[in-house]
Design a protein around this ligand. Structure first.
Ligand code: ARG
Length: 591
Protein backbone atom coordinates (compact mmCIF):
# COMPACT_ATOMS: atom_id res chain seq x y z
CA UNK A 1 0.00 0.00 0.00
CA UNK A 2 2.84 2.32 0.84
CA UNK A 3 4.46 1.57 -2.51
CA UNK A 4 1.20 2.19 -4.32
CA UNK A 5 0.78 5.56 -2.68
CA UNK A 6 4.37 6.49 -3.53
CA UNK A 7 3.81 5.50 -7.15
CA UNK A 8 0.76 7.74 -7.19
CA UNK A 9 2.78 10.55 -5.69
CA UNK A 10 0.55 10.71 -2.63
CA UNK A 11 2.00 11.12 0.81
CA UNK A 12 0.12 9.52 3.67
CA UNK A 13 -0.35 6.61 6.01
CA UNK A 14 -1.79 3.55 4.27
CA UNK A 15 -3.86 2.84 7.44
CA UNK A 16 -3.94 -0.91 7.03
CA UNK A 17 -5.55 -2.66 9.98
CA UNK A 18 -6.78 -6.14 10.76
CA UNK A 19 -10.41 -6.31 9.63
CA UNK A 20 -12.97 -6.22 12.40
CA UNK A 21 -15.24 -8.70 10.74
CA UNK A 22 -14.44 -11.75 8.72
CA UNK A 23 -16.84 -10.77 5.91
CA UNK A 24 -14.59 -7.79 5.14
CA UNK A 25 -11.58 -10.00 4.61
CA UNK A 26 -8.44 -10.13 6.70
CA UNK A 27 -7.15 -6.59 6.49
CA UNK A 28 -8.75 -3.32 5.67
CA UNK A 29 -7.61 0.18 4.76
CA UNK A 30 -9.66 3.34 4.94
CA UNK A 31 -6.88 5.54 3.59
CA UNK A 32 -8.74 6.25 0.35
CA UNK A 33 -11.41 8.08 2.35
CA UNK A 34 -8.94 10.02 4.43
CA UNK A 35 -6.74 10.95 1.49
CA UNK A 36 -9.61 11.75 -0.86
CA UNK A 37 -10.85 14.34 1.57
CA UNK A 38 -7.44 15.94 1.66
CA UNK A 39 -7.03 15.83 -2.11
CA UNK A 40 -10.61 16.91 -2.83
CA UNK A 41 -11.40 13.73 -4.75
CA UNK A 42 -13.99 11.00 -4.75
CA UNK A 43 -12.96 8.22 -2.32
CA UNK A 44 -14.09 5.27 -4.40
CA UNK A 45 -12.32 6.61 -7.46
CA UNK A 46 -9.15 7.07 -5.49
CA UNK A 47 -9.52 3.55 -4.10
CA UNK A 48 -9.73 2.18 -7.64
CA UNK A 49 -6.59 4.06 -8.56
CA UNK A 50 -4.71 2.86 -5.51
CA UNK A 51 -5.66 -0.73 -6.25
CA UNK A 52 -4.46 -0.33 -9.82
CA UNK A 53 -1.05 0.63 -8.48
CA UNK A 54 -0.80 -2.23 -6.01
CA UNK A 55 1.35 -5.22 -6.71
CA UNK A 56 0.20 -7.72 -4.14
CA UNK A 57 -0.95 -10.62 -6.28
CA UNK A 58 1.48 -12.85 -4.43
CA UNK A 59 -0.05 -11.95 -1.11
CA UNK A 60 -3.75 -11.39 -1.59
CA UNK A 61 -6.81 -12.12 -3.61
CA UNK A 62 -7.69 -9.09 -5.79
CA UNK A 63 -8.67 -6.41 -3.25
CA UNK A 64 -12.27 -5.28 -3.07
CA UNK A 65 -13.77 -1.87 -2.52
CA UNK A 66 -16.63 -1.65 -0.08
CA UNK A 67 -18.97 1.05 1.15
CA UNK A 68 -17.73 4.60 0.77
CA UNK A 69 -14.20 3.48 -0.17
CA UNK A 70 -12.85 0.83 2.17
CA UNK A 71 -10.24 -1.40 0.55
CA UNK A 72 -10.51 -4.98 1.74
CA UNK A 73 -7.78 -7.56 1.50
CA UNK A 74 -7.93 -11.30 1.77
CA UNK A 75 -4.62 -13.10 2.17
CA UNK A 76 -4.32 -16.20 -0.02
CA UNK A 77 -3.74 -19.54 1.69
CA UNK A 78 -0.62 -19.97 -0.42
CA UNK A 79 0.82 -16.71 0.92
CA UNK A 80 -0.05 -17.75 4.47
CA UNK A 81 1.65 -21.07 3.97
CA UNK A 82 4.76 -19.33 2.65
CA UNK A 83 4.89 -16.90 5.56
CA UNK A 84 4.33 -19.57 8.18
CA UNK A 85 6.82 -21.80 6.42
CA UNK A 86 9.43 -19.09 6.81
CA UNK A 87 9.19 -19.24 10.62
CA UNK A 88 12.35 -21.01 11.75
CA UNK A 89 11.88 -24.69 12.58
CA UNK A 90 13.21 -26.33 15.73
CA UNK A 91 16.96 -26.12 16.02
CA UNK A 92 17.26 -23.09 13.73
CA UNK A 93 18.37 -19.60 14.63
CA UNK A 94 15.57 -17.34 15.78
CA UNK A 95 13.17 -20.19 16.56
CA UNK A 96 12.60 -18.87 20.08
CA UNK A 97 11.53 -15.51 18.60
CA UNK A 98 9.45 -17.25 15.92
CA UNK A 99 11.43 -15.29 13.38
CA UNK A 100 10.22 -11.89 14.63
CA UNK A 101 12.79 -9.20 13.99
CA UNK A 102 14.16 -6.71 16.48
CA UNK A 103 13.58 -3.00 16.12
CA UNK A 104 16.15 -1.24 13.96
CA UNK A 105 16.09 1.67 16.46
CA UNK A 106 16.83 0.23 19.88
CA UNK A 107 16.55 2.58 22.82
CA UNK A 108 17.73 2.47 26.39
CA UNK A 109 14.47 2.30 28.29
CA UNK A 110 13.88 2.53 32.02
CA UNK A 111 10.85 0.87 33.47
CA UNK A 112 10.09 2.17 36.96
CA UNK A 113 8.03 -0.58 38.53
CA UNK A 114 6.77 -2.10 41.76
CA UNK A 115 8.46 0.47 44.04
CA UNK A 116 6.82 -0.32 47.39
CA UNK A 117 7.44 1.59 50.55
CA UNK A 118 9.90 -0.46 52.62
CA UNK A 119 8.41 0.57 55.95
CA UNK A 120 5.65 -1.98 55.39
CA UNK A 121 4.90 -5.31 53.83
CA UNK A 122 4.01 -5.31 50.13
CA UNK A 123 0.25 -5.22 49.83
CA UNK A 124 -2.21 -5.87 47.06
CA UNK A 125 -1.76 -2.34 45.75
CA UNK A 126 1.72 -3.28 44.58
CA UNK A 127 0.57 -6.18 42.48
CA UNK A 128 -0.42 -4.16 39.44
CA UNK A 129 2.74 -2.10 39.16
CA UNK A 130 4.88 -5.22 39.56
CA UNK A 131 2.98 -7.36 37.09
CA UNK A 132 2.32 -4.67 34.48
CA UNK A 133 5.85 -3.29 34.76
CA UNK A 134 7.33 -6.73 34.28
CA UNK A 135 5.18 -7.38 31.22
CA UNK A 136 6.06 -4.02 29.65
CA UNK A 137 9.75 -4.64 30.31
CA UNK A 138 9.53 -8.08 28.69
CA UNK A 139 7.69 -6.77 25.64
CA UNK A 140 10.17 -3.93 25.10
CA UNK A 141 13.13 -6.22 25.62
CA UNK A 142 11.68 -8.63 23.10
CA UNK A 143 11.27 -5.76 20.66
CA UNK A 144 15.01 -5.27 20.93
CA UNK A 145 15.33 -2.40 23.40
CA UNK A 146 17.73 -2.33 26.28
CA UNK A 147 15.56 -2.26 29.38
CA UNK A 148 16.57 -1.33 32.91
CA UNK A 149 14.00 -2.29 35.54
CA UNK A 150 14.22 0.08 38.45
CA UNK A 151 12.57 -0.64 41.78
CA UNK A 152 12.19 2.87 43.17
CA UNK A 153 11.43 1.75 46.72
CA UNK A 154 10.46 4.19 49.43
CA UNK A 155 13.34 3.84 51.88
CA UNK A 156 13.54 7.41 53.14
CA UNK A 157 11.39 9.74 55.17
CA UNK A 158 10.15 10.24 58.69
CA UNK A 159 8.71 6.73 59.18
CA UNK A 160 12.24 5.40 59.06
CA UNK A 161 13.23 7.51 62.05
CA UNK A 162 10.42 5.89 63.97
CA UNK A 163 11.36 2.40 62.85
CA UNK A 164 15.02 2.85 63.70
CA UNK A 165 14.14 4.21 67.15
CA UNK A 166 11.79 1.28 67.71
CA UNK A 167 14.40 -1.26 66.65
CA UNK A 168 16.87 0.29 69.06
CA UNK A 169 14.35 0.01 71.83
CA UNK A 170 13.19 -3.57 71.39
CA UNK A 171 16.14 -5.14 69.55
CA UNK A 172 19.22 -3.38 70.94
CA UNK A 173 21.48 -6.15 69.60
CA UNK A 174 20.86 -4.85 66.06
CA UNK A 175 23.22 -2.02 66.77
CA UNK A 176 26.15 -4.40 67.14
CA UNK A 177 25.01 -6.98 64.66
CA UNK A 178 22.82 -5.42 61.98
CA UNK A 179 23.09 -8.42 59.63
CA UNK A 180 21.27 -10.61 62.14
CA UNK A 181 18.02 -8.69 61.83
CA UNK A 182 14.99 -10.79 61.04
CA UNK A 183 11.48 -9.38 61.21
CA UNK A 184 8.85 -12.00 60.58
CA UNK A 185 5.97 -9.65 60.05
CA UNK A 186 6.89 -6.18 58.84
CA UNK A 187 3.33 -5.00 58.94
CA UNK A 188 2.89 -5.94 62.59
CA UNK A 189 6.25 -4.38 63.37
CA UNK A 190 5.20 -1.11 61.79
CA UNK A 191 1.90 -1.10 63.67
CA UNK A 192 3.68 -1.72 67.01
CA UNK A 193 6.11 1.11 66.34
CA UNK A 194 3.31 3.45 65.35
CA UNK A 195 1.29 2.59 68.46
CA UNK A 196 4.30 3.34 70.60
CA UNK A 197 4.86 6.58 68.67
CA UNK A 198 1.32 7.79 69.25
CA UNK A 199 1.27 6.85 72.93
CA UNK A 200 4.73 7.73 74.17
CA UNK A 201 6.17 11.23 73.97
CA UNK A 202 9.69 10.14 74.86
CA UNK A 203 9.59 7.68 72.00
CA UNK A 204 8.22 10.36 69.72
CA UNK A 205 11.17 12.56 70.58
CA UNK A 206 13.59 9.67 70.01
CA UNK A 207 12.03 9.04 66.61
CA UNK A 208 12.51 12.68 65.62
CA UNK A 209 16.12 12.58 66.76
CA UNK A 210 16.64 9.44 64.72
CA UNK A 211 15.33 11.20 61.59
CA UNK A 212 17.82 13.99 62.07
CA UNK A 213 20.64 11.54 62.79
CA UNK A 214 19.73 9.63 59.67
CA UNK A 215 19.77 12.74 57.52
CA UNK A 216 23.06 13.86 58.98
CA UNK A 217 24.59 10.52 58.17
CA UNK A 218 25.18 9.30 61.72
CA UNK A 219 26.94 5.96 61.26
CA UNK A 220 25.06 3.86 63.82
CA UNK A 221 21.66 5.15 62.81
CA UNK A 222 22.50 4.50 59.19
CA UNK A 223 23.54 0.93 59.95
CA UNK A 224 20.31 0.16 61.71
CA UNK A 225 18.30 1.84 58.97
CA UNK A 226 20.17 -0.17 56.37
CA UNK A 227 19.58 -3.41 58.25
CA UNK A 228 15.89 -2.64 58.29
CA UNK A 229 15.76 -1.83 54.57
CA UNK A 230 17.67 -4.97 53.67
CA UNK A 231 15.33 -7.13 55.70
CA UNK A 232 12.34 -5.45 54.11
CA UNK A 233 13.81 -5.97 50.65
CA UNK A 234 14.26 -9.66 51.42
CA UNK A 235 10.52 -9.83 52.00
CA UNK A 236 9.92 -8.11 48.65
CA UNK A 237 12.30 -10.38 46.79
CA UNK A 238 10.66 -13.49 48.15
CA UNK A 239 7.59 -12.30 46.25
CA UNK A 240 9.50 -11.18 43.15
CA UNK A 241 11.14 -14.60 43.02
CA UNK A 242 7.78 -16.27 43.23
CA UNK A 243 6.34 -14.00 40.56
CA UNK A 244 9.37 -14.44 38.31
CA UNK A 245 10.08 -10.71 38.31
CA UNK A 246 13.63 -9.40 37.99
CA UNK A 247 14.46 -5.82 38.93
CA UNK A 248 17.15 -3.64 40.42
CA UNK A 249 16.56 -1.98 43.79
CA UNK A 250 17.43 1.67 43.81
CA UNK A 251 15.44 3.45 46.47
CA UNK A 252 14.78 7.10 47.13
CA UNK A 253 17.74 7.30 49.50
CA UNK A 254 20.05 6.64 46.56
CA UNK A 255 19.29 10.14 45.31
CA UNK A 256 20.06 12.03 48.51
CA UNK A 257 23.10 13.82 47.18
CA UNK A 258 21.60 14.40 43.78
CA UNK A 259 18.71 16.21 45.43
CA UNK A 260 21.17 18.84 46.63
CA UNK A 261 22.38 19.11 43.06
CA UNK A 262 18.83 19.48 41.74
CA UNK A 263 18.10 22.28 44.15
CA UNK A 264 21.43 23.95 43.48
CA UNK A 265 20.78 23.96 39.72
CA UNK A 266 17.30 25.36 40.22
CA UNK A 267 18.53 27.97 42.67
CA UNK A 268 21.08 29.01 40.04
CA UNK A 269 18.38 29.37 37.44
CA UNK A 270 16.29 31.48 39.75
CA UNK A 271 19.18 33.81 40.49
CA UNK A 272 20.28 34.08 36.85
CA UNK A 273 16.85 35.01 35.67
CA UNK A 274 14.26 36.50 38.00
CA UNK A 275 11.61 35.89 35.33
CA UNK A 276 12.33 32.20 35.04
CA UNK A 277 9.78 29.55 35.98
CA UNK A 278 11.77 28.84 39.13
CA UNK A 279 10.68 31.24 41.85
CA UNK A 280 10.24 31.50 45.59
CA UNK A 281 6.72 31.38 46.87
CA UNK A 282 5.97 31.74 50.57
CA UNK A 283 9.51 30.65 51.29
CA UNK A 284 9.34 27.51 49.15
CA UNK A 285 11.40 27.01 45.99
CA UNK A 286 8.94 26.28 43.21
CA UNK A 287 8.73 25.59 39.51
CA UNK A 288 5.74 27.39 37.97
CA UNK A 289 4.14 25.55 35.09
CA UNK A 290 1.52 26.51 32.57
CA UNK A 291 -1.77 24.74 32.83
CA UNK A 292 -1.66 23.71 36.49
CA UNK A 293 -4.10 25.51 38.76
CA UNK A 294 -5.43 24.96 42.26
CA UNK A 295 -9.15 24.44 42.72
CA UNK A 296 -9.71 28.16 43.17
CA UNK A 297 -7.82 29.01 40.01
CA UNK A 298 -4.50 30.03 41.52
CA UNK A 299 -1.26 28.88 39.83
CA UNK A 300 -0.21 25.51 41.23
CA UNK A 301 3.59 25.24 41.27
CA UNK A 302 5.72 22.15 41.81
CA UNK A 303 7.46 22.59 45.15
CA UNK A 304 11.05 21.34 45.13
CA UNK A 305 12.22 22.75 48.45
CA UNK A 306 9.74 23.31 51.22
CA UNK A 307 9.78 26.53 53.23
CA UNK A 308 11.46 24.65 56.11
CA UNK A 309 14.26 23.71 53.72
CA UNK A 310 13.14 20.07 53.45
CA UNK A 311 12.90 18.09 50.24
CA UNK A 312 9.88 16.15 49.06
CA UNK A 313 8.66 13.52 46.61
CA UNK A 314 9.08 15.91 43.68
CA UNK A 315 12.68 16.76 44.62
CA UNK A 316 13.47 13.08 44.83
CA UNK A 317 11.82 12.32 41.50
CA UNK A 318 13.62 15.20 39.77
CA UNK A 319 16.92 13.84 41.07
CA UNK A 320 15.89 10.42 39.80
CA UNK A 321 15.22 11.80 36.34
CA UNK A 322 18.57 13.55 36.32
CA UNK A 323 20.29 10.30 37.24
CA UNK A 324 18.41 8.29 34.66
CA UNK A 325 19.06 10.70 31.84
CA UNK A 326 22.57 11.87 32.65
CA UNK A 327 24.09 8.77 34.27
CA UNK A 328 22.12 5.87 32.89
CA UNK A 329 21.71 7.40 29.44
CA UNK A 330 18.02 6.57 29.15
CA UNK A 331 16.10 7.98 26.21
CA UNK A 332 12.77 6.69 27.39
CA UNK A 333 11.44 6.40 30.94
CA UNK A 334 8.21 4.62 31.75
CA UNK A 335 6.68 4.96 35.21
CA UNK A 336 4.31 2.15 36.02
CA UNK A 337 2.48 3.79 38.87
CA UNK A 338 -1.22 4.02 39.80
CA UNK A 339 -3.38 6.73 38.26
CA UNK A 340 -3.72 8.39 41.66
CA UNK A 341 -0.29 9.90 40.97
CA UNK A 342 -1.29 11.26 37.57
CA UNK A 343 -0.91 14.90 38.52
CA UNK A 344 2.43 14.33 40.24
CA UNK A 345 3.88 12.91 37.05
CA UNK A 346 2.32 15.51 34.78
CA UNK A 347 3.88 18.27 36.84
CA UNK A 348 7.15 16.42 37.28
CA UNK A 349 7.58 15.87 33.54
CA UNK A 350 6.61 19.44 32.71
CA UNK A 351 9.07 20.75 35.30
CA UNK A 352 11.90 18.46 34.17
CA UNK A 353 11.53 19.81 30.63
CA UNK A 354 11.01 23.38 31.69
CA UNK A 355 14.25 23.49 33.69
CA UNK A 356 16.20 21.67 30.99
CA UNK A 357 16.85 18.37 32.76
CA UNK A 358 15.21 16.52 29.90
CA UNK A 359 15.51 17.33 26.20
CA UNK A 360 13.27 16.44 23.32
CA UNK A 361 15.20 13.26 22.60
CA UNK A 362 13.99 11.72 25.85
CA UNK A 363 10.42 10.57 26.30
CA UNK A 364 8.76 10.42 29.70
CA UNK A 365 5.68 8.34 30.14
CA UNK A 366 3.43 7.74 33.12
CA UNK A 367 1.81 4.39 32.46
CA UNK A 368 -0.98 4.82 34.99
CA UNK A 369 -3.36 2.06 35.97
CA UNK A 370 -6.64 1.75 37.83
CA UNK A 371 -7.28 0.06 41.14
CA UNK A 372 -7.72 -3.56 41.93
CA UNK A 373 -10.96 -3.74 43.90
CA UNK A 374 -12.43 -6.42 46.12
CA UNK A 375 -14.89 -8.87 44.53
CA UNK A 376 -17.66 -6.61 45.85
CA UNK A 377 -16.22 -3.61 44.03
CA UNK A 378 -14.89 -1.89 47.16
CA UNK A 379 -11.31 -0.95 48.02
CA UNK A 380 -9.42 -4.10 48.90
CA UNK A 381 -9.30 -4.65 52.69
CA UNK A 382 -9.15 -7.53 55.17
CA UNK A 383 -12.30 -8.33 57.13
CA UNK A 384 -10.86 -6.23 59.96
CA UNK A 385 -10.36 -3.32 57.58
CA UNK A 386 -6.58 -3.67 57.26
CA UNK A 387 -4.54 -3.84 54.06
CA UNK A 388 -4.28 -7.24 52.42
CA UNK A 389 -0.73 -8.50 52.17
CA UNK A 390 0.26 -9.48 48.66
CA UNK A 391 1.72 -12.71 50.00
CA UNK A 392 -1.62 -13.75 51.52
CA UNK A 393 -3.44 -12.91 48.32
CA UNK A 394 -1.09 -15.07 46.24
CA UNK A 395 -1.29 -17.93 48.74
CA UNK A 396 -5.04 -17.87 48.49
CA UNK A 397 -4.94 -17.92 44.70
CA UNK A 398 -2.59 -20.94 44.76
CA UNK A 399 -4.76 -22.79 47.25
CA UNK A 400 -7.84 -22.14 45.13
CA UNK A 401 -5.98 -23.26 42.02
CA UNK A 402 -5.12 -26.52 43.73
CA UNK A 403 -8.78 -27.14 44.50
CA UNK A 404 -9.84 -26.37 40.95
CA UNK A 405 -7.19 -28.70 39.57
CA UNK A 406 -8.32 -31.51 41.83
CA UNK A 407 -11.95 -31.27 40.82
CA UNK A 408 -13.14 -34.06 38.57
CA UNK A 409 -13.21 -32.97 34.96
CA UNK A 410 -14.85 -33.86 31.70
CA UNK A 411 -13.02 -36.32 29.53
CA UNK A 412 -11.89 -33.61 27.14
CA UNK A 413 -10.12 -31.78 29.95
CA UNK A 414 -8.03 -34.75 30.96
CA UNK A 415 -5.87 -34.56 27.83
CA UNK A 416 -2.31 -33.65 28.54
CA UNK A 417 -2.84 -34.48 32.14
CA UNK A 418 -1.21 -37.22 34.09
CA UNK A 419 -3.37 -39.53 36.13
CA UNK A 420 -4.28 -37.48 39.18
CA UNK A 421 -3.63 -40.35 41.55
CA UNK A 422 -0.10 -40.76 40.25
CA UNK A 423 0.73 -37.12 40.75
CA UNK A 424 3.05 -36.64 43.69
CA UNK A 425 2.05 -33.99 46.19
CA UNK A 426 5.10 -31.94 45.33
CA UNK A 427 4.13 -31.94 41.64
CA UNK A 428 0.60 -30.95 42.49
CA UNK A 429 1.90 -28.08 44.60
CA UNK A 430 4.21 -26.94 41.80
CA UNK A 431 1.42 -27.02 39.24
CA UNK A 432 -0.98 -25.23 41.59
CA UNK A 433 1.63 -22.54 42.25
CA UNK A 434 2.16 -21.97 38.53
CA UNK A 435 -1.54 -21.94 37.73
CA UNK A 436 -2.51 -19.79 40.72
CA UNK A 437 0.08 -17.09 40.05
CA UNK A 438 -0.56 -17.23 36.31
CA UNK A 439 -4.26 -16.70 36.95
CA UNK A 440 -3.65 -13.61 39.08
CA UNK A 441 -1.22 -12.10 36.59
CA UNK A 442 -3.21 -12.91 33.49
CA UNK A 443 -6.41 -11.56 34.96
CA UNK A 444 -4.67 -8.33 35.88
CA UNK A 445 -3.05 -7.93 32.47
CA UNK A 446 -6.21 -8.77 30.57
CA UNK A 447 -7.93 -5.59 31.80
CA UNK A 448 -7.40 -2.26 30.07
CA UNK A 449 -4.77 -0.49 32.14
CA UNK A 450 -6.76 2.61 32.90
CA UNK A 451 -9.80 0.91 34.38
CA UNK A 452 -10.42 -0.57 37.82
CA UNK A 453 -11.17 -4.26 38.08
CA UNK A 454 -12.59 -6.59 40.67
CA UNK A 455 -10.36 -9.32 41.99
CA UNK A 456 -12.42 -12.41 41.38
CA UNK A 457 -10.80 -15.77 41.99
CA UNK A 458 -13.67 -17.77 40.52
CA UNK A 459 -13.43 -15.96 37.20
CA UNK A 460 -9.67 -15.87 36.96
CA UNK A 461 -9.37 -19.58 37.76
CA UNK A 462 -12.10 -20.62 35.38
CA UNK A 463 -11.04 -23.25 32.88
CA UNK A 464 -13.15 -21.56 30.22
CA UNK A 465 -12.81 -18.06 28.84
CA UNK A 466 -10.01 -15.55 28.61
CA UNK A 467 -8.09 -16.88 31.61
CA UNK A 468 -4.65 -18.24 32.37
CA UNK A 469 -5.88 -21.76 33.15
CA UNK A 470 -7.56 -21.91 29.76
CA UNK A 471 -4.40 -20.72 28.03
CA UNK A 472 -2.12 -23.04 30.00
CA UNK A 473 -4.45 -25.91 29.35
CA UNK A 474 -4.49 -25.16 25.62
CA UNK A 475 -0.71 -25.26 25.64
CA UNK A 476 -0.47 -28.51 27.61
CA UNK A 477 -3.09 -30.11 25.43
CA UNK A 478 -1.23 -29.29 22.22
CA UNK A 479 2.01 -30.61 23.67
CA UNK A 480 0.22 -33.86 24.45
CA UNK A 481 -0.94 -34.08 20.83
CA UNK A 482 2.73 -34.29 19.86
CA UNK A 483 3.28 -37.10 22.33
CA UNK A 484 0.22 -38.98 21.12
CA UNK A 485 1.25 -38.58 17.50
CA UNK A 486 4.66 -39.96 18.36
CA UNK A 487 6.32 -36.76 17.19
CA UNK A 488 8.85 -34.63 19.02
CA UNK A 489 7.77 -31.05 18.41
CA UNK A 490 11.18 -29.90 19.56
CA UNK A 491 12.74 -31.68 16.61
CA UNK A 492 10.03 -31.20 13.99
CA UNK A 493 11.73 -30.13 10.76
CA UNK A 494 10.40 -27.43 8.45
CA UNK A 495 7.37 -28.78 6.61
CA UNK A 496 5.45 -27.49 3.64
CA UNK A 497 2.13 -26.33 4.97
CA UNK A 498 -1.10 -27.33 3.31
CA UNK A 499 -3.93 -24.92 4.12
CA UNK A 500 -7.28 -26.03 2.72
CA UNK A 501 -9.89 -26.52 5.40
CA UNK A 502 -11.44 -23.28 6.74
CA UNK A 503 -10.33 -24.26 10.25
CA UNK A 504 -6.76 -24.61 9.03
CA UNK A 505 -6.87 -21.30 7.24
CA UNK A 506 -8.42 -19.60 10.25
CA UNK A 507 -5.70 -20.89 12.55
CA UNK A 508 -2.92 -19.98 10.11
CA UNK A 509 -4.26 -16.47 9.74
CA UNK A 510 -4.36 -15.99 13.51
CA UNK A 511 -0.85 -17.36 13.91
CA UNK A 512 0.41 -14.88 11.34
CA UNK A 513 -0.97 -11.96 13.25
CA UNK A 514 1.26 -12.57 16.26
CA UNK A 515 4.17 -10.40 15.10
CA UNK A 516 1.79 -7.54 14.44
CA UNK A 517 0.14 -7.93 17.86
CA UNK A 518 3.48 -7.88 19.65
CA UNK A 519 4.30 -4.72 17.73
CA UNK A 520 1.08 -3.02 18.80
CA UNK A 521 1.52 -4.14 22.42
CA UNK A 522 5.00 -2.66 22.44
CA UNK A 523 4.11 0.57 20.61
CA UNK A 524 1.05 1.24 22.73
CA UNK A 525 2.24 -0.39 25.98
CA UNK A 526 -0.95 -2.41 26.27
CA UNK A 527 -0.68 -5.88 27.80
CA UNK A 528 -4.35 -6.60 27.12
CA UNK A 529 -3.67 -6.47 23.38
CA UNK A 530 -1.60 -9.59 23.99
CA UNK A 531 -4.14 -11.37 26.19
CA UNK A 532 -6.94 -10.65 23.72
CA UNK A 533 -4.84 -12.18 20.99
CA UNK A 534 -3.96 -15.22 23.07
CA UNK A 535 -7.62 -15.87 23.62
CA UNK A 536 -8.34 -15.50 19.93
CA UNK A 537 -5.53 -17.90 19.09
CA UNK A 538 -6.64 -20.56 21.54
CA UNK A 539 -10.15 -20.34 20.18
CA UNK A 540 -8.90 -20.64 16.61
CA UNK A 541 -7.04 -23.73 17.75
CA UNK A 542 -10.13 -25.23 19.38
CA UNK A 543 -11.99 -24.82 16.10
CA UNK A 544 -9.12 -26.41 14.21
CA UNK A 545 -8.96 -29.39 16.56
CA UNK A 546 -12.72 -29.73 17.02
CA UNK A 547 -13.91 -33.28 16.37
CA UNK A 548 -16.87 -32.21 14.26
CA UNK A 549 -15.99 -28.84 12.73
CA UNK A 550 -12.23 -29.11 12.62
CA UNK A 551 -9.74 -31.42 10.98
CA UNK A 552 -8.18 -34.75 11.86
CA UNK A 553 -4.64 -34.35 13.06
CA UNK A 554 -3.01 -37.35 14.70
CA UNK A 555 -4.60 -39.82 12.28
CA UNK A 556 -4.73 -37.53 9.23
CA UNK A 557 -3.46 -38.81 5.93
CA UNK A 558 -1.58 -38.59 3.67
CA UNK A 559 1.58 -37.96 5.66
CA UNK A 560 2.18 -34.51 4.08
CA UNK A 561 -1.13 -33.32 5.50
CA UNK A 562 -0.53 -34.97 8.86
CA UNK A 563 2.85 -33.27 9.15
CA UNK A 564 1.43 -29.93 8.04
CA UNK A 565 -1.26 -30.10 10.71
CA UNK A 566 1.18 -31.18 13.37
CA UNK A 567 3.36 -28.24 12.42
CA UNK A 568 0.34 -25.94 12.88
CA UNK A 569 -0.10 -27.48 16.33
CA UNK A 570 3.54 -26.89 17.09
CA UNK A 571 3.40 -23.28 15.89
CA UNK A 572 0.34 -22.67 18.02
CA UNK A 573 2.08 -24.09 21.09
CA UNK A 574 5.17 -21.99 20.43
CA UNK A 575 3.13 -18.86 19.93
CA UNK A 576 1.17 -19.48 23.13
CA UNK A 577 4.37 -20.11 25.03
CA UNK A 578 6.06 -16.99 23.71
CA UNK A 579 2.96 -14.89 24.30
CA UNK A 580 2.65 -16.16 27.86
CA UNK A 581 6.33 -15.55 28.40
CA UNK A 582 5.88 -11.92 27.36
CA UNK A 583 3.14 -11.70 29.96
CA UNK A 584 5.54 -13.14 32.53
CA UNK A 585 3.72 -16.46 32.73
CA UNK A 586 5.41 -19.85 32.78
CA UNK A 587 3.86 -22.77 30.88
CA UNK A 588 3.35 -26.36 32.02
CA UNK A 589 3.92 -29.47 29.92
CA UNK A 590 1.16 -31.23 31.81
CA UNK A 591 -1.69 -29.84 33.79
N1 ARG B 1 7.00 4.49 46.42
C1 ARG B 1 5.96 5.15 45.69
C2 ARG B 1 4.60 4.77 46.26
O1 ARG B 1 4.49 3.78 46.96
C3 ARG B 1 5.96 4.82 44.23
C4 ARG B 1 7.17 5.28 43.49
C5 ARG B 1 6.96 5.32 42.02
N2 ARG B 1 8.12 5.73 41.30
C6 ARG B 1 8.56 7.00 41.26
N3 ARG B 1 9.66 7.24 40.61
N4 ARG B 1 7.90 7.98 41.83
O2 ARG B 1 3.64 5.47 46.02
Amino acid sequence: MRDALTRLGIEGDPLVRAAQEEQFGDYQSNCAMVLAKRLGRKPRELAVEIIAHLSIAELCEPPEIAGPGFINFRITPAAMARRLGAIPAAGHAGVERLGIERTPRPQRVIVDLSSPNLAKEMHVGHLRSTVIGDCIARVLEFAGHEVLRENHVGDWGTQFGMLVAYLRRIRPEVERNPESLIIKDLEAFYVEAKTQFDADDTFKAQSREAVVALQQGDATTRRIWQAFCEESLRHCHALYGRLGVRLVDRGESYYNELMQEVVARLEQRRQDDPNSAVRLSEGALCVFLEGFKTRDGQPLPLIVRKSDGGFNYATSDLATILHRVEHLGATRIIYVVGLSQKQHFEMLFAAARKVGFVGEEVSLHHLGFGNMLSPGGKPFKTREGGTVKLRDLLDEAVERARRVLQEPREEDWSAGRPDRASLADADMQRIAETVGLAAVKYFDLSHALGSDYKFDLDTMLSLEGNTAPYMLYAYARIRSIGRKAGIDFDALPATDLVLEHPAEIGLAKTLLRFAEVVQVASDELKPNVLTDYMYELSRAFSRFYDKRLGVRVIDASPETIRLSRLRLCDLTARTLKLGLDLLGIATLEQM
